[in-house]
Design a protein around this ligand. Structure first.
Ligand SMILES: O=S(=O)(O)CCCN1CCN(CCO[C@@H]2O[C@H](CO)[C@@H](O)[C@H](O)[C@H]2O)CC1
Length: 488
């Protein structure tokens, strides 16, 4: 059919990394416990900006229940666990002059518990929870934040780097820049779709490079770890594959999503030409003194280039794209600059999230695009998963999603030569889904948020995943899963 969702038969390499992921603000709770400082997401939720006035004040209470989480991971038979460190939990004001040792202790306890259970930590330094004190000084619009991020990163390398050998600087800078500083959908709710989005992204790239070089210069030799960045994209499928303009729209959409950050880090230290060209032209049309896209100096380009040991990819869904001809060029906006219209194919299965349609074929295509565009980088899928709104324990749709997306990843490896080294299921358990609060559940484990002790219960998908990672090959030993289709 048009979308290749057919099962491929084969098995994964023995040393393939199987993991599961969470993030600090989404699971920890303890929002003000033991000296933790405020993050911009505490501010966002306390202002009632998440669905049903939900907050991460308690969330899954992993701040107190992390030992239980390690048990869930052990029963999942994963070899790795991806989690994030809350910057304001270890540095309440965001600055290195005020270290909260209780916060350091929490992460040391978690890391030690993982290691004791032969589970390797994959640590994200920034999963969106900026210290509020730094946001009060401009946040990612203020270049000084880059230096604070470097100091925070160095503290983490110093305190945890003897046991943490896999570091991710930023989770999805695209979301931080566009949803946080572009359209005010996420914290810190700034509205600058044509300028602030680009300024924040500019600082995120420079902050990433600072942290990378800090590790590379001062810690790699003694700690022997690996450090990179995690980017997210939806696969942009040309609506009409035979249309040159739709093909160009697809390429342009992928460059504006991934290239925005990946071109500087994996290619030449600078933004992709298509972004410089289109944003420069639109800025000229708007009679602006210079392009709304900030420029790197030659020294900064050299400093940005080659600052990731791997390509971290968060992948969920796809869209059908065409050239958006009727953009009003007098409007300053990333979306106008990009000039791409996206839509879902009505035949794609829906999920518990409006933006997430089930498109397994997209996993293979996006991995191939990364291979072709960034010269076959070592790649880790650092998030992949699907939501529902019911909390169903017999979550056959989630099993179907994982089986098919993992199979498409295997095709990308075996048939397209993609150098994928690991896969991470989002998420270990139901958790705080940002502006959607607790209405959208992504977990392999069900969490009852009405009970003070936040009990975790394995869903069928957890049993499936544990079984699969123990014997990662297709055809499945026992394929009891539902097949979708209809009789003649
Ligand atoms: O439809 S709207 O445009 O009005 C709202 C868009 C909401 N976004 C879509 C993209 N998604 C990227 C993936 O976000 C990732 O995936 C998980 C699931 O979202 C999150 O829980 C993780 O923290 C995050 O890393 C983040 C949420």
């Amino acid at each position: 059919g048009r979308y290749d969702n057919d099962l491929y038969y084969g098995k994964f390499p023995e040393d393939f990394v199987w993991s599961s992921a969470t993030s600090a603000y989404q699971i920890e709770g303890g929002w003000n416990a033991d000296g933790k400082g405020l993050s911009i997401w505490d501010t966002f939720t306390h202002a009632g900006k998440a669905a049903n006035n939900d907050t991460g004040d308690v969330a899954c209470d992993s701040y107190h229940k992390y030992k239980e989480d390690v048990k869930l991971l052990k029963d999942l038979h994963v070899t790795h666990y991806r989690f994030s460190i809350s910057w304001p939990r270890v540095l309440p004001n965001g600055t290195i002059d005020n270290i909260n040792e209780a916060g350091i202790d929490y992460y040391n306890n978690l890391i030690n518990s993982l290691i004791a259970n032969n589970i390797q930590p994959m640590v994200t330094l920034y999963h969106w929870d900026l210290p509020q004190d730094l946001e009060d000084q401009g946040g990612w619009l203020n270049e000084t934040t880059n230096e604070h991020f470097k100091n925070y990163s160095r503290l983490c390398f110093e305190r945890f780097g003897d046991r943490v050998k896999f570091w991710i600087t930023f989770n999805e800078p695209w979301i931080v820049a566009w949803l946080g500083y572009g359209v005010a959908a996420f914290a810190p709710r700034k509205n600058g779709p044509g300028d602030l989005a680009y300024i924040s992204a500019h600082n995120l790239i420079k902050a990433h490079a600072k942290a990378y070089h800090e590790y590379d210069d001062n810690f790699r030799a003694s700690q022997n770890g690996t450090i990179g960045i995690t980017l997210n994209a939806g696969w942009s499928e040309p609506k009409d594959p035979s249309s040159l303009s739709d093909q160009e729209a697809s390429q342009r959409d992928m460059q504006f999503q991934l290239g925005w950050f990946a071109n500087a880090i994996f290619v030449n230290g600078d933004y992709p030409d298509v972004m410089k060209w289109r944003i420069g032209n639109n800025s000229e049309t708007q009679n602006l003194p210079k392009s709304r896209l900030p420029a790197f100096t030659d020294a900064e380009k050299q400093y940005n280039k080659g600052t990731s040991d791997f390509f971290g990819l968060n992948f969920y869904t796809s869209s059908l794209v065409t050239d958006n001809k009727n953009v009003n060029r007098s409007v300053q906006s990333y979306d106008v600059d990009k000039g791409v219209a996206g839509e879902a194919d009505p035949t794609w299965k829906e999920s518990g999230s409006g933006w997430l349609k089930v498109t397994p074929f997209g996993m293979r295509k996006v991995l191939k695009w990364i291979k072709d565009t960034y010269n076959t980088p070592v790649t880790y899928v650092t998030e992949n998963g699907v939501s529902d709104r019911t909390g169903v324990l017999n979550d056959v749709d989630r099993i179907d999603y994982y089986k098919n997306y993992i199979n498409q990843m295997l095709k990308a490896m075996k048939l397209d030569g993609c150098n994928v080294k690991g896969y991470t299921a989002w998420s270990l358990m139901d958790n705080f889904e940002w502006a959607s609060g607790y209405t959208e559940r992504f977990g392999l484990h069900y969490v009852d948020f009405t009970k003070p002790d936040r009990p975790r219960v394995q869903k069928e998908s957890a049993k499936w995943y544990a079984n699969f990672v123990s014997n990662p090959e297709f055809p499945l030993k026992y394929d009891n899963d539902l097949y979708y289709g209809k009789f003649p």
